[in-house]
Design a protein around this ligand. Structure first.
Ligand code: CA
Length: 199
């Protein structure tokens, strides 16, 4: 009997997994602006789906004078995860202290902002020092997202921001917690993890 229950559970997991659509990057193809740009490294480069292109600021960011990009998702969306790729390693040991301290913020009107998450990137060969995935236990409803550099010794930059969730009215339902538990994802609170990539 126990074996049958196990098989049934596995079958249910497979069915649930196959019925879930692949995550959609809501930032792809949307618009991005910035308050600082270095040469041709414009804000849209951070949401073009290409890890080789980047946004870069022409100065450092600080708590009082951050440098930032703002992504307009075009409509209020329910965000479940944000995937950040800061940059490739310089492989210059003397540069390993170069960093960006950042915040992720949300806004419904581009006027008042809520801090969703924060972190620090460092220019080391360790992928975990240069990438982050911020998962949200409850979907964050927002239209605007901002990546703000608020400190660190490197001019503000970001190669790619990928935003996952569901656009309001799109019919792409955000997975219910029960479904996530069934798939063994176990999201509890805000979690930051290493991005799954071979970079
Ligand atoms: Ca890019």
């Amino acid at each position: 009997m126990k074996q049958h229950i196990l098989v049934a559970a596995l079958a249910l997991t497979c069915i649930a997994g196959s019925s879930m659509a692949a995550p959609v990057n809501l930032a792809l193809g949307k618009t991005a602006t910035s308050n600082s740009v270095y040469g041709s490294e414009v804000a849209s480069h951070a949401i073009d789906g290409d890890d080789t292109t980047r946004w870069a600021a022409d100065r450092h960011g600080s708590a009082t004078e951050p440098v930032w990009i703002t992504v307009d998702l075009g409509a209020v969306s329910a965000i479940t995860s944000i995937d950040l790729f800061w940059m490739y390693p310089s492989n210059v040991p003397s540069w390993y202290n170069f960093s960006n301290e950042y915040q992720l913020l949300s806004s419904a009107d581009e006027g008042s902002w809520n801090v969703l998450a924060s972190g620090v990137f460092h220019d080391t060969p360790d992928l975990g020092d240069r990438t982050a995935v911020h998962d949200f236990a409850a979907p964050v409803e927002t239209r605007y997202l901002r990546f703000a550099v608020v400190g660190g010794s490197h001019w503000g930059t970001l190669h790619e921001m990928r935003v996952y969730g569901a656009e309001q009215g799109s019919g792409n339902a955000v997975p219910e917690p029960a479904s996530l538990a069934l798939l063994g994802l176990g999201l509890i609170g805000l979690a930051t993890r290493r991005r799954q990539t071979s970079v």
